[in-house]
Design a protein around this ligand. Structure first.
Ligand SMILES: C[S@@+](CC[C@H](N)C(=O)[O-])C[C@H]1O[C@@H](n2cnc3c(N)ncnc32)[C@H](O)[C@@H]1O
Length: 371
């Protein structure tokens, strides 16, 4: 059953803390998750209407490699949300909206994990983009694997090893009965409860991070500041090796520099308990093979070295099939055009051979007559 958003009783007003500037002026062709084009850069500019000096609110964030961004799906066209949605990767199969990452949800809030490349004053440059240009940001938080990933052990100050060992043989407490969850009356909620123009690909390139702003910022803060490096507990007490080797890509996440020592956070046996539905790893839709017509290749070649990078970005977006189920059913054999910053990419999908052919990659101001 769908419900009009205006009818919902409970709501909370979240101020926008900033705006993201990405290469994707529209939903069409925007990667569905940050990992699809993990090297693609974007920037988040903090507003100055919340803090007089918004850069103060970022002090310390430079110590982290990744952050969560909570943002508003402000370009959702539908005023109605449905309980069941059709994720593109499930090829038409319907699922409960809360079992998916669909942007069409009762509270239109997106959550993306991105890599922090550089922080300059009130601007965060990051990589990994699945938001459209000028998406408003509700909040950002540092990614802390010890808190955010069930794969990673808590550092010892937070985790009493003796307690873990003592309890390891006893069954986990039944927290449902412990807190009498079933006594909660669901039907009676608690009343008190709670363009600017897209910057071109070339301009968003990331420069080296040198940390020069640290000292300046500390002085700027006036009052006493906490030196995070010094306040870290003895690094030995943080190290705890896991029982299995980190899978590919996990290593970068699990290695941190603190007190000048590289710390490896191990994985715990509980990682076996992490479950995701089979379709996450084995979706019923294939990875597509991407072909480029001669014309598209020569257009890319004319862009020099950047052309190669742009080709890789286009390939990554297309091989994951950016079409919605609705579009997939309707536009087979007709042109699909999407934009990446100033570029228009024109292509055609062939769902029988699981291929997509790129015909042209052209700039906005260049008139294209033929295909
Ligand atoms: C599937 S959602 C995932 C977002 C986030 N990683 C999450 O899991 O909540 C990403 C898609 O949302 C759409 N999208 C991105 N930014 C949007 C915005 N500001 N308004 C509406 N739709 C947006 C694009 O089609 C993009 O491919």
């Amino acid at each position: 059953m769908s419900r009009n958003r205006n009818e919902t009783k409970e709501s909370v007003l979240c101020p926008y803390i900033g705006t993201m500037y990405t290469h994707f002026p529209e939903k069409r062709g925007t990667p569905r998750q940050p990992g699809i084009c993990s090297n693609l850069v974007a920037k988040l500019v903090l507003n100055s209407n919340i803090f007089t000096n918004p850069e103060h609110a970022l002090d310390g964030l430079q110590e982290y490699s990744h952050m969560w961004i909570l943002f508003h799906f402000h370009k959702n066209d539908s005023t109605h949300t449905r309980a069941k949605v059709t994720p593109p990767r499930l090829n038409g199969h319907r699922l409960g909206v809360f079992a998916t990452r669909s942007p069409n949800r009762p509270s239109p809030i997106g959550l993306s994990l991105v890599k922090i490349d550089r922080i300059m004053e009130n601007v965060i440059y990051f990589s990994g983009v699945d938001m459209i240009d000028q998406t408003p940001v509700i909040d950002i938080k540092p990614y802390i694997p010890q808190y955010d990933s069930p794969n990673v052990n808590m550092p010892l100050p937070y985790c009493d090893e003796n307690l873990v060992e003592e309890n390891s043989n006893s069954p986990a407490p039944d927290t449902y009965s412990l807190f009498n969850i079933s006594a909660v009356n669901d039907s009676q909620p608690d009343e008190n409860g709670i363009s600017q123009v897209t910057e071109a690909l070339d301009n968003l390139n990331v420069r080296d991070m040198d940390g020069e702003e640290d000292e300046e910022r500390n002085n700027d803060m006036g009052g006493p500041t906490l030196n995070i490096r010094q306040s870290f507990p003895d690094s030995r007490s943080l190290i705890r090796m896991g029982e299995r080797e980190a899978p590919d890509g996990e290593e970068e996440e699990s290695e941190r520099q603190a007190s000048g020592v590289s710390i490896t956070f191990g994985t715990s046996p509980s990682s076996r308990d992490i479950r995701t539905p089979a379709w996450i790893n084995n979706p019923p839709v294939p990875i597509l093979t991407v072909y480029f017509r001669e014309r598209a290749l020569s257009q890319l070649q004319q862009m020099g070295v950047k052309g190669e990078q742009k080709k890789a970005v286009i390939e990554n977006i297309l091989k994951e099939d950016p079409r919605s189920v609705y579009l997939r059913e309707r536009i087979e054999n007709s042109n699909y055009v999407f934009r990446i910053a100033e570029l228009y990419v024109s292509c055609r999908f062939d769902d029988r051979s699981h291929t997509v052919t790129v015909f042209q990659v052209f700039q906005e101001n260049v008139v294209q007559n033929e295909q």
